[in-house]
Design a protein around this ligand. Structure first.
Ligand code: PBG
Ligand code: ZN
Length: 323
């Protein structure tokens, strides 16, 4: 007596056979490395809650981008961390802002690398919220022109893809109109469409100095229990002109990703966020987890759930391993 499943399982003990029938693979070509740009020169400053990740001044960022491209990672997602913050988030759309200068440097020093611009106000506002604020309330509609202006200035600086992460309603439409009206009709939008109000963004807020000074982001980011609502947000963003959609964080929202894969035919991104990275790194450093296997399993799980591209702080490291 022999059972078909057992027969296959035995055959898969051989690496060649395992490879032959594998359903999912991880490719360097679908990884995106997030990066933080800070003011100054010669800076490569470790981020405490994200061991192995750094804040780079523009000169060092350009070097890092060359290395990332050499590893075979096709794209970076760029965050600017300015020295000066104010109520309007003036730095977000300044022609010589930190993110704008970083984009220009990437285009100059690593011209083959795709530069994705994260568009939001929270790194630039003194209150740390993703939109304009009045009486401790975030003003949705008033924020839209600010975001459209930030997106346009980043496109002008050389960003290849615009990725709004603020979660204001109507921002994809406003940004699309702004780009179309100023000669950037061919710049695609990767919308952070299903972005949940998550504890897993904690280390990022340390890295970007963008923790809200009061309240939280629950009035504009999504409620973790809601999958149907996430799909609705994604549909609306597509109607407003999004070219690609993102689910964020990844691990705790793989069902949303899988459902989005069945529902939409556009490229889907998943963001393995700062806290997911910190969690894996910390457990591996303690020797509590086999870090390499755990990271691989989490990345392949994101892929299996339906992601076309994976934004991950492990991107550079994994591209080297996949080589
Ligand atoms: C800004 C933004 C955040 C992240 C990406 N863009 C932080 C937030 O919304 O609080 C999180 C990324 C990460 O945790 O790695 N809106
Ligand atoms: Zn934000």
């Amino acid at each position: 007596m022999s059972f078909p499943v057992t027969r296959l399982r035995r055959l898969r003990r051989s690496g060649a056979m395992r490879g032959l029938v594998r359903e999912t693979a991880l490719r360097r070509e679908e990884l995106v490395q997030p990066l933080f740009a800070v003011e100054g020169a010669g800076i490569r400053e470790p981020i405490a809650a994200m061991p192995g990740q750094f804040r780079f001044s523009v000169d060092r960022l350009a070097e890092e981008c060359k290395e990332i491209a050499d590893c075979g990672v096709p794209a970076v997602l760029l965050f600017g961390v300015p020295n000066h913050k104010d109520a309007r988030g003036s730095g977000a759309d300044a022609a010589d802002g930190i993110a704008q200068r970083a984009h220009a440097a990437i285009k100059k020093h690593a011209p083959n690398l795709l530069a994705i611009a994260d568009v939001c106000l929270c790194e630039y506002t003194d209150h740390g919220h993703c939109g304009l604020v009045e009486n401790e309330r975030v003003l949705n509609d008033e924020t839209l022109p600010r975001l459209a202006s930030a997106a346009l200035s980043l496109a002008r600086a050389g960003a290849d893809i615009i990725a709004p992460s603020d979660m204001m309603d109507g921002r994809v439409g406003a940004i699309r109109a702004g780009l179309d009206g100023h000669g950037f009709a061919e710049t695609p939008i990767l919308s952070y469409a299903a972005k949940f109000a998550s504890a897993w963004f904690g280390p990022f807020r340390e890295a970007a100095g963008s923790a809200p000074a009061f309240g939280d982001r629950r009035s504009y980011q999504m409620d973790p229990p809601n999958r149907r609502e996430a799909l609705r947000e994604m549909r609306l963003d597509l109607e407003e002109g999004a070219d690609m959609l993102m689910v964020k964080p990844a691990l705790a929202y793989l069902d949303v990703l899988a459902e989005a894969r069945r529902s939409f035919d556009v490229p889907l991104a998943a963001y393995q966020v700062s806290g997911e990275y910190a969690m894996l790194r910390a457990a591996a450093a303690q020797g509590w987890l086999d870090g390499e296997r755990a990271v691989w399993e989490s990345l392949i799980g994101i892929k299996r759930a339906g992601a076309d591209l994976i934004i991950s702080y492990f991107a550079k490291e994994w591209a080297q391993k996949l080589r």
